[in-house]
Design a protein around this ligand. Structure first.
Ligand code: ASP
Length: 304
């Protein structure tokens, strides 16, 4: 029986000094929730869902309540969850009335023959499957109203394009290996600040922001979504693990490839079914947390 592993990230960017503690607390709480599932013999799929729910509920992160606002001042959320043992996946995109989009994604994975729902159709599916809808205003916090206002004012003054892919990336994600030898991944995001309404990033796209296959690896990414999408980066990394390369090396190579090929930036967590893992980012910081039965660690600074 493999020893379970849980690995979490809480976004890759220049996390300011005064937000470091909140990020580390957030990944710590998520790690505890996910680990509770694994420790009692639960599935990797349940562990990544629970870990991501904790971070969606934490206003520190760009997921669930407290997410960045789009150009219209609304929260629009994307999430994906994937089971590496069956390759079943569930994704939602551009949802505005779900506190925990990963819960809806999980319902799609479990209860639907489809893989992906967007906007009102996703919300309707969630409501029909017992997930309560909230108002979009319930997801908006004053900090983000201020942030959007400030950004739009600066952009108007400078007469630049009103899109902020490079400012901050607080998407959350988790990958896990359970005691049955199965791996899973989940990723959830509010996307990028001031994004155009209807813009979908990489996070909830299968193989881009999230992927899991027992035969290769489980991956969750964060960062500037458009370059990550162009490279289908999570699947790229999983496929490289399948060729025999170590996840530690592959995660670093994936981020190098992102930079070299499309000038992207971001971070990745990667885990294979043997419990070998990789953590990499080319942003100054990425909050992450790792737990096995023998070891627990956290990090935020780039090492090189
Ligand atoms: N990748 C996300 C997106 O582009 C943003 C993030 O990682 O924070 O939507």
């Amino acid at each position: 029986m493999p020893d379970p592993v849980l690995l979490i990230h809480g976004g890759a960017w220049s996390i300011p000094d005064d937000m470091v503690e909140a990020h580390l607390n957030g990944v710590h709480n998520a790690l505890a929730a996910g680990w509770r599932m694994l420790a009692r013999g639960g599935a990797a799929l349940d562990a990544v869902e629970e870990a991501v729910v904790i971070m969606e509920d934490d206003e520190t992160f760009d997921a669930g309540r407290g997410s960045f606002l789009n150009r219209d001042g609304k929260v629009q959320l994307d999430a994906l969850i994937m089971d590496g043992s069956t390759l079943r996946a569930g994704g939602v995109g551009c949802v505005e009335r779900l506190r925990n989009p990963v819960r809806a994604a999980r319902k799609i994975l479990s209860d639907s023959p489809h893989v992906y729902f967007v906007a009102e159709g996703a919300e309707r599916f969630a409501a029909e499957h017992g997930i309560p809808l909230c108002r979009n205003e319930d997801l908006i916090i004053p900090r983000e109203v201020e942030r959007l206002r400030g950004f739009q004012a600066r952009a108007a003054d400078a007469n630049v394009d009103l899109f902020a892919p490079t400012i901050s990336h607080d998407t959350v994600g988790a990958v896990a290996l359970d005691g049955s030898g199965n791996i899973s991944a989940a990723t959830s995001t509010g996307g990028t600040l001031n994004k155009a309404p209807g813009r979908l990033g990489d996070s909830s796209l299968i193989g881009c922001g999230c992927y899991a296959d027992n035969q290769t690896a489980a991956a969750s990414t964060t960062g500037w979504g458009e370059p990550i999408m162009k490279l289908v980066l999570a699947k790229w990394a999983a496929d490289h693990v399948a060729t025999g390369s170590l996840p530690e090396w592959v995660a670093a190579e994936a981020i190098n490839y992102l930079k070299d090929r499309v000038n992207g930036h971001g971070g990745m967590i990667l885990l294979d079914a043997l419990g070998r893992f990789g953590i990499a980012h080319n942003t100054p910081r990425m909050a992450w947390a790792l737990k096995t039965s023998k070891h627990e660690s956290y990090g935020i600074e780039r090492k090189n």
